[in-house]
Design a protein around this ligand. Sequence first.
Ligand code: TTP
Ligand code: MG
Length: 393
Amino acid sequence: MGTYGDHMAAVCRDCGALGVGEAPLCPACGSSRRVRHPELADLTIAHIDCDAFYASVEKRDNPALADKPVIVGHPGGRGVVTTACYVARKFGPRSAMPMFKALELCPHAVVIPPNIAKYKQVSAQIRALFEKATPLVEPLSLDEAYLDLSPGVRLVDRPAAVLLARLARAIRLQVGITVSVGLSYNKFLAKMASDLNKPEGFSVIGREEAEAFLAPRPVTALFGIGAATAARMADQGITTIAQLQALPETEFVARWGKFGRRLAGMVHGIDHRPVNPDRPAKSVSTETTFARDIRDAKALTEALPPLAEGVARRLERVNLAGRTVVLKLKTADFKVITRHLRLPDPTGRAETIVRAGLALLERQMDGRAFRLLGIGVTDLCPAEEADPPDLFG
Ligand code: TTP
Ligand code: MG
C-alpha cells in the first residue's frame, strides 16, 4: 500500500496529477511543485491553515501592497498586531505583539486596521470549497480547519493528497489567498504538518516516521503543553519529546493525571480524536480592555458584575451552564493570567459567577496594574443541571 511498485507516490501541486516520484517534474504538466511521500496515497486527515490570513486578504484587495510589509492591527498606542504578512515577519513583527514594538522593528510597515466582517466572508467562501470535498470539516478558527478525506467520507473519489492539491489551488485562484496544508493520519500530526513550511506549504507526516519526527522536538510542540506544564517538565529534567517517549505509560498518568493518558499516546504519534464538524462551544466568556490600566482594587472589583451578567445572558440564550468559573487578567506588560475555580454545582447565574470571580480576583490584586479583565465559565452542561435549589433557603 502507499507505494506504486517500488516507487514513491507523488502529487503535483499545480495540476493535481498523481504519479510516481522519481521524475523531478510532473509528467502531466511539467511543474516542479511535486509532493513526494511513501505513504502519500494512504493518509487522509488534513489540516489547512491560511497564510498570514488577515494580511493576505488585505493584500488581495490592494495589489499595490503585494511586496510591502503589511501589519494588520489597530494603529496607535494600545493596539496589538493581529498578524503580519511574511514580508513584514522578516523584520520581527508577530501576532499579539504591541503595535509600537512592531513598528520599532519594521518602521516602514503599512498598518491596516482589521476588518473582521470581511475575513468572515472570506472564511465562509473557503469553507464552502472545503465542503465540496468532504462533509467532515471541523473549523478551528476563521482561517483553519481539519478535513477528513477518507474513502467513504470524501465526496470525490480521489486520494486525499490530490483533493488537497486541488483545494489549495482553488483557494488561490477563486479566493485569492494562499494556504498551507498538512496531511497525516490524525489531527494532531496534520496540524503540526501544516505549520512545517509556511507559506504555501504542503507537508506530509506518515505513520512510519511519526515517532522519529516527534523525538527531537521540544515538549511545547505537543498539543496541550503550554509554558506552565513545560516549566514543570523542565524541573523534572524533561525538555524533548524523545525523553517522554522513553517513559513507560504508567508514568504518564502518575505524573500528569488525566492529561497524561492522552499525552502518552501523543508522544508516539497516536491521536484518536475524530474530525468533528459541529464542535459545541467549550466555554462562554466575555472580557474588557480598560481605557487605562487599573491598579485600584475597588475599580477592578466593580468591573466584574457587568461582565458576569453578560456571561449569564449568553448562557441563558443557549440554555447552558458552566461548572468552572474562569478569570482572565492581562497585566500592563501583557502577561495573561487565567485562574479557574470549580463550583460544587454548575451555574448559569451572574451572582454565583461574580462570587467565584471575586474570590479568584482577590488573590491577584497585589498592587499590579491590569489592562484587561475577563470572566467566563467552562465545563459546560445543560442549564437544567445547574443551580439546584438551596435546601437551607
Ligand atoms: P494564525 O493562523 O495563527 O496566523 P496567520 O494566518 O496570520 O499566519 P500563519 O498561519 O501563516 O502563521 O491566525 C489567523 C488569523 O487570526 C490572523 O491572520 C489574525 C488572527 N489572529 C489574531 O487576531 N490574534 C492573534 O494573536 C493570532 C495568533 C491571530
Ligand atoms: Mg493562519
